[in-house]
Ligand binder design. Structure first.
Ligand SMILES: [Fe+2]
Length: 231
């Protein structure tokens, strides 16, 4: 993706979030120069992958296949292994009208996906087979604490306020209808480098073509702009 497109998506996201009165943490607004001036005190943000994450899944058609994520908080593997500390994560996702996030499941992460406002959030579900294909078996999922049973490939519609718990191994894709959706994600610790099994091969992170300076850094930019001396 071109950096100018990433910057434009960020600006539109900031306007949408303002309209929905959803406020991001301070580091969302840091400039590349702000990052370069930070020391070791800001390590958690980079080490735990907090911040802006915009992907076109390597397909080059962001409006059709793409997602804006902002990771607000996240623990790490050590927390999970010890069963204490920050064993949780929280993101917001901006899902465009008919903008698809392709079928995937997570091996380790259980996530609640919440429609926090905007249009309708649509999700299609399949159980996975042992060899990570799409199963034909019925699916049992919890929608806001109530168990529902769906057929393989059924579509679930979440209206604002509604949520679904996606357990490990449950294939899901999603898109919005009737306008962009401000979605929340509350989960166990998140690792997008190792815990996404996409049904069809796509890229989780986009290559960036630098055609103007970054407005705010993406998670993938930290290594280049932020190199604090570590004790
Ligand atoms: Fe997911």
């Amino acid at each position: 993706m071109k950096r100018s497109k990433v910057n434009q998506i960020m600006r539109e996201a900031e306007a949408f979030l303002k309209q929905h009165q959803f406020y991001l943490p301070p580091f969302a607004h840091w400039t590349p120069e702000d990052w370069q001036a930070k020391g070791e005190e800001a390590c958690e943000i980079a080490d735990h992958g907090l911040g802006w994450d915009i992907t076109d899944f390597g397909l080059g058609k962001y409006d059709e296949f793409g997602l804006l994520l902002f990771t607000i908080r996240n623990g790490d593997k050590a927390n999970l292994a010890q069963g204490r500390g920050k064993v949780y994560a929280e993101k917001i996702l901006l899902v465009g009208d008919h903008q698809m996030t392709p079928f995937h499941f997570h091996w380790h992460k259980t996530e609640d996906i919440i429609n926090r406002g905007g249009g309708k959030l649509m999700l299609r579900l399949f159980n996975s087979t042992e060899d990570e294909g799409l199963a034909e078996t019925d699916i049992q999922v919890s929608l806001d604490g109530v168990v529902h049973t769906f057929k393989a490939g059924d579509t679930v519609c979440l209206n604002p306020g509604e949520s679904i718990t996606l357990t490990t191994g449950l294939y899901h894709n999603f898109w919005a209808e009737d306008g962009m959706v401000l979605a929340g994600e509350v989960s166990t610790v998140n690792d997008d480098h190792t815990d996404n099994r996409f049904y069809e091969p796509v890229g989780r992170f986009s290559e960036i073509e630098e055609d103007e300076p970054p407005l705010h850094l993406l998670i993938g930019d930290y290594a280049q702009y932020y190199q604090p001396a570590r004790a």
